[in-house]
Design a protein. Structure first.
Length: 187
């Protein structure tokens, strides 16, 4: 029984990875048949795992939330200075946004807002921490710094989506641009 549930989880994860790519590439034109073909499974198998496109997108959102939680936990933000925490989170945000970009198209009713908040909440916290600890400028309110950061991230992510930059290049550019304007002179 454990073997079957492990196999099922493995197949489901594989289907979701492929679905994320197919949905991101083809958008509304991607059918369940397209996803099944790309995943190398029969349509009946796909429907056994995900009875509808809606169910598939919901499962993809849940997978993205779990993955993001793991990425943020692995970043060990409390162990580093706020500027390093921002760099680590930026890498996690750009990677997750790129990997789960299909959710921007299909995820509104399936928790895409929760995903966005899970991405951005820890970043907001680190900006506030940086100001509080005197590492980030205090002459600009933390909510304004966060709004500016968010704009830089959106610009960087769009460069990744267009293929102009890789995820690591975009993460480095976002971090450099943001921190060069945010760090106090003492840091």
């Amino acid at each position: 029984m454990v073997k079957n549930s492990t196999l099922r989880a493995h197949v489901e994860a594989g289907i979701l990875r492929v679905a994320a790519t197919v949905l991101a590439e083809r958008g509304d034109k991607a059918s369940m048949a397209d996803i099944a073909t790309a995943a190398g499974v029969a349509r009946a198998t796909l429907y056994r795992y995900f009875p509808s496109r809606d169910a598939l997108v919901k499962a993809l959102t849940e997978a993205a939330l779990a993955d993001l939680h793991d990425r943020i936990t692995d970043a060990r933000l409390d162990e580093v200075a706020p500027d390093e925490a921002i760099a680590r989170l930026t890498r996690a945000v750009v990677a997750a946004t790129h990997e789960y970009r299909a959710l921007a198209l299909f995820g509104e009713e399936h928790g895409a807002e929760e995903l966005k908040e899970r991405l951005l909440g820890p970043l907001r916290d680190q900006i506030e921490r940086g100001v509080r600890e005197g590492r980030f400028r205090a002459d600009i309110p933390p909510d304004v710094l966060f709004a500016l950061y968010r704009g830089i991230v959106e610009g960087g992510v769009s460069q990744v989506m267009s293929g102009r930059l890789g995820a690591e290049q975009a993460s480095a550019a976002i971090t450099t641009v943001f921190l060069n304007g945010t760090l106090t002179e003492a840091t």
